[in-house]
Design a protein around this ligand. Structure first.
Ligand code: FAD
Length: 373
């Protein structure tokens, strides 16, 4: 026998099931629950806690670096590239307003990009003022300036340093913990260690086949599994793209502070807990890194360590305390997220293209809006 209270609060078929408890899945559930307070909203996550890129990234609240943005403009044209910068900037402001800087560990340290005396620097130096002029329409002010790399004695060995005061690091674990608590406090049920094996349309909703062998029915489903999207929706244009990271043990007297980019966004590092957190290098082996395998490789890890020795910590011994990887989702062409209804009761909100910290909250709002239609 089931009481009216159990029926109303615990056992009825959910109106919405979100698959994946990353930043996109949790914000989708939150936005939808706010619009439909009487609806039952569940998030199903196969990990024991949020386990995707949202807790594996390097914790950058950023909207791109000069070389990345100039490469995007060259590849896609100014309008498309600037529209994405605006999405990232608006997303970061919304994220900080929604969760609070203290609760996500945001620090207004500023962000940097390093350059040697090479072709990339020449190209960026030529485009620098024009880029600032273009960004004026979004930020209402100049965004990037050149800093003397020896100023402040950061310990870096680099020839040129671009700086913006508009970005900084976050603590991705704290961010996700805060978001999870908020989502649960507003009525969403989040179920961990529940993997979804398949989703099947039926006449009046969706049947989810769970990894446990059980079935669950829901009126609507949002798939928010980003780099893993094709496991459930093989027809989607989403390729996994693994990003590798390492963290050094604390380094006595570390002078580095803030977030740093190099190589068109392919390399990124920051200080964390007295050490250096460094990631990237996927461009060295794009085919090999198009995988969801939870692993790191000697080729990329050695490249990252070499960068520590030559550029980031040239005069300091270090040891590596931890290594990990995370899986992003990219399309075969461009960096546009995929937010669309893929069948009558299923919406996909995936392919964050390495920008989900910044744009996740806005992608989620679009997904929740699509479900509601
Ligand atoms: C190394 C690295 C550096 C990054 N740097 C930045 C950055 O500087 N700035 C930025 O904005 N973004 C950055 N990103 C990207 C950002 O982290 C992602 O875009 C964002 O976290 C994606 O969030 P998501 O919710 O879409 O996916 P995820 O966080 O990957 O969440 C998907 C969830 O779905 C779960 N799942 C998958 N399949 C199933 C299933 N079948 N059943 C149930 N659950 C399932 C997974 O376990 C996972 O928890 C970086 C990512 C990495 C890996």
């Amino acid at each position: 026998m089931i009481s009216i209270w159990e029926q109303r609060s615990f056992v009825g078929e959910p109106h919405l099931v979100v698959v994946g408890a990353g930043i996109v899945g949790l914000f989708t559930a939150l936005h939808y629950q706010r619009k439909h307070p009487a609806h039952r909203v569940w998030v199903l996550e196969r990990g024991p806690h949020p386990s995707g890129a949202s807790v594996k990234n390097a914790g950058f609240a950023c909207f791109g670096s000069p070389s990345e943005l100039l490469a995007d403009i060259a590849a896609e044209g100014e309008a498309a590239a600037l529209a994405r910068v605006e999405e990232r900037w608006l997303g970061l402001r919304e994220l900080r307003a929604e969760l609070g800087d203290g609760n996500i560990g945001f620090e207004a340290t500023g962000g940097h990009e390093l350059f040697g005396n090479d072709l990339l620097y020449t190209l960026v130096a030529e485009g620098f003022d024009g880029l600032n002029r273009s960004l004026h329409s979004i930020f209402g002010r100049s965004v990037y300036e050149w800093h003397d790399p020896r100023k402040g004695d950061l310990g870096l060995r680099t020839e040129h340093l671009a700086f913006t005061d508009l970005e900084g690091p976050v603590d991705s674990g704290k961010l996700m913990r805060t978001l999870l608590a908020k989502v649960q406090a507003e009525g969403v049920q989040v179920h961990f260690s529940v993997g979804v094996k398949a989703i099947e349309e039926s006449a009046d909703g969706v049947v989810l086949q769970l990894a446990s062998g059980e079935q669950l029915r829901a009126a609507q489903v949002v798939v928010a599994t980003n780099g893993y999207a094709r496991e459930l929706l093989p027809q989607l244009d989403v390729q996994p793209a693994r990003g590798q990271v390492l963290l050094t043990a604390p380094i006595p007297g570390l002078r580095l502070k803030g977030t740093y980019h190099a190589d068109e966004g392919y390399l990124y590092f920051r200080d964390f807990a007295g050490g250096v957190l460094l990631g990237g290098g996927r461009n060295l082996d794009k085919a090999g890194e198009a995988t969801t395998e939870d692993a790191v490789t000697p080729q990329i890890q050695e490249h990252l360590e070499q960068l520590l020795r030559t550029t980031i910590l040239p005069d300091q011994p270090f040891t590596i305390a931890r290594r990990w990887s995370g899986v992003m989702g990219f399309g075969s062409d461009g960096k546009t997220p995929l937010v669309e209804r893929v069948s009558p009761h299923v919406v996909a909100a995936v392919r964050l293209s390495g920008m989900g910290v910044a744009i996740g909250i806005r992608v989620a709002r679009r997904a929740a809006g699509l479900v509601g239609e």
